[in-house]
Ligand binder design. Sequence first.
Ligand code: PEP
Ligand code: MG
Length: 898
Amino acid sequence: VKRVYTFGNGKAEGKADMKNLLGGKGANLAEMNLIGVPVPPGFTITTDVCTEYNEKGKDAVVELLKSDVEAAIKNIESLTETSFGDKTNPLLVSVRSGARASMPGMMDTVLNLGLNDDSVIGIAAKSGNERFAWDSYRRFVQMYGDVVLGMKPESKEEIDPFERIMEDVKERKGVDLDTDLDVDDLKELVTLFKAAVKEQTGHDFPESAWEQLWGAVMAVFDSWNNDRAILYRRMEGIPDEWGTAVNVQAMVFGNMGDNSATGVAFTRDAATGENVFNGEYLINAQGEDVVAGIRTPQQITKDGSLKWADLQGVLEEDRVDMYPSLEEAMPDVYKQLNEVQQKLESHYKDMQDLEFTVQDGKLWLLQTRNGKRTGAAMVKIAMDLYREKVIDDKMTLMRIEPNKLDELLHPVFDLEAIGSAKELAKGLPASPGAASGQIIFFADEATKYPETILVRIETSPEDLEGMLVAKGILTARGGMTSHAAVVARGMGKCCVSGAGALKIDYKERTLRIDGNVYKEGDWISLNGSTGKVYDGRVKTRQPDLDGDFGQIMDFASKYTRMSVRTNADTPKDAVVAREFGAQGIGLCRTEHMFFEGERIKTVREMILSSDEDGRRTALNKLLPYQRGDFEGILEAMEGYGVTIRLLDPPLHEFVPHTEAAQQEMAKEMGISLAEVKTKVSDLSEFNPMLGHRGCRLGNTYPEITEMQARAIIEAALNLKARGIITKPEIMVPLIGTVEELKMQAEIIHTTAELIFKEKGEKVEYLVGTMIEIPRAALTADLVAGIADFFSFGTNDLTQMTFGYSRDDANKFLPIYLEKGILKNDPFQILDQTGVGQLVEMGTQKGRSVKPELKVGICGEHGGEPSSVEFCDSVGMNYVSCSPFRVPIARVAAAQANI
Ligand code: PEP
Ligand code: MG
């Protein structure tokens, strides 16, 4: 097997479509060589080797790689006319991770590898720049010490050991900036850094270039399994087995002086999707300086610089001197970079996120990838590319990550409320959205309050976990391209970065802004679209959905086979869902209306009655309420199917639990408190989810089904009288045997016939069932003999197939996920391997008896993209999900059919 792929000087052994093997970075480095973009030579060790490493360990893998890596290093040496490990003319390399799917900043990187006490002198002589040589060396010792040798801060309140040494030296020298340190300071830093390594690890810092290289390669493999990478994979659904590739590449230096620079750019705006080239760079710096958010970077374009100065409140005259754009500072380089970005975007036909370095006036590209973007940018970029005729409508639709549409439906600040809110500070609009929350300063404390804003000096990938939980992220330093800003946009999480006015004290847990002190737990609000920070909690409202969103939905309608219904219990929900394009109701849980207003008392009266007569009296009082509810819902969904489910939950859920409420019921019903208490305790069950619920209620108390069937049929008749034609679908829950359904169906039909006689008028209706008990799926052919339709209730089906209680699984599911026993939460993502078999079998068996049997799903999975795809593959007619997931399901359903 081939484990190492080389690239350089316009040639490459790999190409763009080899991402699985070479990782995204490696595949694109190869591709850029092939299309004539300047890339430093190097090689990629495949992702398969990461798997081998995890199985066999370091020594075995070095053995397998040795001769290939030696040859690949030789190739770089000959292309760069340098020599690895040499004293006078050393080859220096970077060692970087690169998985199949981009995981920005989650894994490790080592730069300037190959430097030691001898070669640093060679580099100094060769470059004629001693300061640069020693700056590179101290960076290398620092990075290698951190990444490979494990030199980490002692606690979360502490800075890392190298930073602390650096702070000390700076203080002693009386300087503020890293760039103010001279050659002797840098030499001292190297000595102090190495001493710290020796002290903390007990080993000398490795001098041999080869030892350094193998150490770094293995550290990159190891970083596949660091905490933040694991969390990120879980968040993005990236499988643990994929592994990372390792890219080793000749170094080019952005820190060689004022004619050198390094930066990150986007071919379009990753926050808004606007078609403007943008990005950030730093003169005389290395890549990590930009993304790590340690120095606040400058803008690539002149326009961007103006906009940024505006946002930061920097006066224009100051800006030109302090923060020139690349366009102004290095016009030739900018021109080249602009050409390259256009070339890359039209080659990849998508927005690119690129990394570049300028070494002594020459431009080099270090990476290109499809850029992470917000939901709004995703929609806009896809539609713009469609209008530019770069991609067709199918491709446009495929560019939509369904789950990200959710962001577009999130609330935005109420204009009036924001107008009168107290503005505290301004930062960069790193990721749009509106967020209010209580301040926390540490990522691992993000759950301290129900809604939190994570406030940090600088954004770091370590904060990932907290970012995920927090409502928003606010940082004092760092730009639009800092790792965490990129990740925040990827998550669609509101983020304001680089708000320079913030003074954060981790030890005191305070945030000072212009003399005002905010403590942990104080409320603030962030507007990620403007970069503004506000005092307190600002009111929000629902967003307007613009034209591009509607266009995407039209494409979805064009290509979908399944239809999308909604789970809705009230006319209001039904109306919202219709606006999102729902075509009918797949599940109306009738019991949800039992809690409205005064009717819960009547429901309780029914439940607490000791005989059928008592129940019928109460049910007669409930009838008009239910009939009214159903009229509302059927009318709101006029023209579409509406599935109304009969009473499902255990009765114990409705009884009064407090003494006061029990007293009230006793009075209402003219019985004693003791009687009420006895009845309540009679109804309590050990295992309510497997107890007296679902059709078991209607089969033991047929009068409940009678009342509900009557309410539905009469509602349809009333509407018919008003010229509104509906066809209700009455659904029986939780059947396990066909007899259970048969008995319910009989009650419903008898009731309907009775009403038709009474009124001298008829309506059409269907009687179907949920398939949510494994036995129902296994005997679906028998069930289909009675049922007009099936709706898979995958919440209960998952509960009963796994034997995991829906209500208690959160005690062990998180641990199961952490330990890898389960890959996903099966209540969120349909388990296709197990539960999926029952769904497929149930559908097939049902249709073997009734080929035209209408089949849908109404469990939570009906709005989850991978589950929707599965539903399409088994041939369902529709999926049904909550109103706000309807757009997501529509796109997922269309994608499944493309
Ligand atoms: C289901 O079980 O999947 C379902 C939709 O019903 P409920 O969640 O109400 O039990
Ligand atoms: Mg159910």
